[in-house]
Design a protein. Sequence first.
Length: 102
Amino acid sequence: MSDYQHEVEELERESATAARLFDVRRIIGGLFVVYGVIVTIAGITASDADLKKAQDININLWTGLGMLALGLFFLIWLTLRPAVPPTADELREEMTDGPPAP
């Protein structure tokens, strides 16, 4: 195997790792899980005065659980359908085809 081919394969692996690391679903899911935990804890520790202000609905608890569910959805989606960057061949094809006609 030539050095050039080895370098190309290594760059493809690094590109795939970067694509998985900076996937928006990971960032959104992680933030929603963190904030969901914080808001859920605030809902669990709510006082009677806090509940009375919200007409006896523990809005922090329900909102926190909703945020946790949404965050977990994004993280599960990320694991089931990981981001796959285009291969070098696909990029070459795209470059030779040129821009689409208007």
